[in-house]
Design a protein around this ligand. Structure first.
Ligand SMILES: Nc1ncnc2c1ncn2[C@@H]1O[C@H](COP(=O)(O)OP(=O)(O)OP(=O)(O)O)[C@@H](O)[C@H]1O
Ligand SMILES: [Mg+2]
Length: 520
């Protein structure tokens, strides 16, 4: 019933547009169901399986005492097929009355002979005109929806629907053109366009989920071919902006290379969120797929306290929107005046290491850890911006993040230890936060960092600096894993462990050029 109501309202909008449709409402629209109902009533005396005529159908016909002022049925059909009535309106009328149609496979058998056969009762042959109408409907069904008897495979259905949706014009032209076949292969333009609105795009496999890893996932090549046209390029081009409809924009809170991030109020739940608007035009499916990898990674990961939560995403005017948890600020040195104490930096390392442990356990590497992508919300540190996240096995094309935070092996395109890339980046990030001034884009400081050399920061404990030093070791094998970092006793201090405090007080510092070494 809901489906019928939806269709009716959609149809209602269509009908209001043109004057000729009014005539149709009293003639074409009503004549056909009336005759179908009469036919049903006739058949119901001998054919039990046809007793269940859709009630909406009956109500509509009964409520419109259309019988008296209807022209003879032959005239109506003549009108319809002679072109006196717009073909598109005729097709739409099928939908209006819940008759079997091209988008409603589950209803399509209401009047089919297969239903008759089910009951093993021979029904009277329908009148000639009915047959014509029915064969037209059935042909449309066979073109666009899979009936239980359909010889088409699921694959064929998808292919066919793709063709109809994406190359609707040419296909429609072809099928309509062949005069004698008109009744057989006919699919009107409006039917195709309506179908495009009704049919949701096919589901996409998420490459970050383990259960699809054994499949041949190749999002930049074969997928593009298989799924060409899957993602509507411009939902929202009809002026209905989901962003504007669902959210009230409060202010811009950030921007990236190809993105702007807004603080928004979601109208329906009254909560604040961050919406990232990727401003790069995503004309091609390949580009859309690549942009989608960020949300696929977030969705595959699921919730973790130390990861910026992901809520939803959508395309609008060829651009991607991502609705996320709103954070207070990022740790970007240039952007904030935030000065962290050693205890806070330890908290940040511990919490982001927990996020990385969670991410790595799920076979994913972030590959763009940097202060800009570490957020603070109510005293909790959160890892965000998964735009570069890839599978640990490097089976997805790598897009390395900010070069200042990248270890040498990534620049050499060696991708054997992608989890350790994140550890290096976290080490450099926290070193930058501790020293309180932004790292240069290049130069000797950056080269030293890639060689694992950190200049001493006298005001901070050697334990912390030693931890950072080992995290940026040029040999990825010697860097600790995220799990090892989380379990490091140094964090007992910030977690309130007295024993660890005692350990710290007994440590001694032995200076060298770049970094102190702890000796007992
Ligand atoms: N969830 C959020 N809450 C608060 N601010 C955010 C949030 N997400 C992003 N921002 C702000 O927007 C900025 C840009 O966001 P983000 O890093 O996701 O974009 P980007 O295009 O990937 O940028 P880049 O390529 O420079 O990393 C961030 O630096 C931050 O200031
Ligand atoms: Mg970012």
């Amino acid at each position: 019933m809901k489906r019928a109501q939806r269709r009716n309202s959609r149809r209602g909008r269509t009908k209001m547009k043109s004057a000729p449709s009014k005539t149709l409402l009293s003639e074409g629209y009503l004549a056909q169901p009336q005759r179908l109902l009469q036919q049903q009533q006739l058949q119901s005396t001998s054919c039990s399986s046809l007793n269940a005529v859709p009630s909406c159908f009956q109500n509509l016909v009964a409520s419109e005492s259309a019988v008296e002022h209807l022209p003879p049925s032959s005239d109506i059909d003549m009108d319809i097929y002679s072109g006196g009535v717009d073909e598109k309106d005729f097709i739409l009328s099928q939908d209006f009355f819940c008759t079997p149609d091209y988008i409603t496979p589950e209803c399509q058998n209401t009047f089919t002979t297969s239903d008759n056969n089910k009951g093993n009762i021979s029904c009277p042959n329908p009148p000639e005109k009915m047959k014509t109408t029915k064969s037209k409907i059935l042909k449309q069904d066979s073109i666009s929806a899979k009936s239980p008897d359909s010889p088409l495979s699921d694959q064929q259905i998808v292919e066919l629907s793709k063709d109809n949706c994406c190359n609707g014009e040419s296909r429609t032209e072809k099928t309509v053109a062949t005069g004698s076949e008109k009744g057989l292969n006919y699919v009107s333009q409006s039917a195709v366009s309506l179908r495009c609105h009704v049919m949701p795009p096919p589901c996409v496999k998420n490459p970050y989920l383990k259960d699809v890893l054994d499949m041949d996932v190749d999002p930049f090549c074969s997928w593009r071919l298989k799924c060409s046209g899957y993602f509507p390029a411009s939902i929202g081009a009809d002026c209905l902006s989901r962003y504007r409809t669902d959210f009230h924009e409060i202010e811009q809170i950030g921007n990236g290379n190809f993105s702007r991030v807004f603080k928004v109020l979601k109208r329906i739940d009254g909560c604040l969120y961050a919406v990232k608007h990727i401003t790069r035009q995503l004309h091609q499916d390949t580009e859309r797929r690549k942009a989608l990898m960020e949300v696929q990674a977030l969705a595959a990961l699921g919730f973790h306290e130390n990861i910026v939560a992901y809520y939803s995403s959508w395309f609008e005017n060829e651009q991607l929107y991502i609705q996320m948890e709103l954070c207070d600020c990022s740790l970007a040195i240039q952007k904030s005046s935030l000065i962290l104490t050693e205890g806070e930096v330890l908290q940040a390392i511990h919490q982001i290491a927990k996020a990385l442990e969670f991410v790595h356990e799920r076979g994913i590497a972030h590959l763009d850890v940097k202060p800009d992508n570490i957020y603070l919300k109510n005293g909790v540190y959160k890892l965000g911006d998964f735009g570069c996240a890839r599978l640990l096995d490097a089976s997805l094309p790598i897009d390395e993040g900010d070069a200042r935070y990248m270890p040498q092996e990534i620049l050499n395109e060696t991708y054997d230890h992608l989890d350790k890339v994140d550890i290096f980046s976290l080490g450099v990030s926290m070193y930058e936060v501790l020293r309180g001034s932004p790292l240069p884009d290049s130069g000797p400081q950056i080269l030293n960092l890639r060689e694992g050399k950190l200049s001493l920061l006298p005001t901070f404990s050697l334990q912390l600096q030693n931890l950072l030093k080992v995290m940026v070791d040029p040999d990825p094998n010697r860097r600790p894993s995220a799990k090892e970092i989380v379990e490091n006793p140094i964090f007992h201090r910030v977690l309130g462990n007295a024993k660890s405090n005692a350990d710290i007080s007994t440590t001694k510092f032995q200076p060298d050029d770049h970094f102190g070494k702890l000796v007992n």
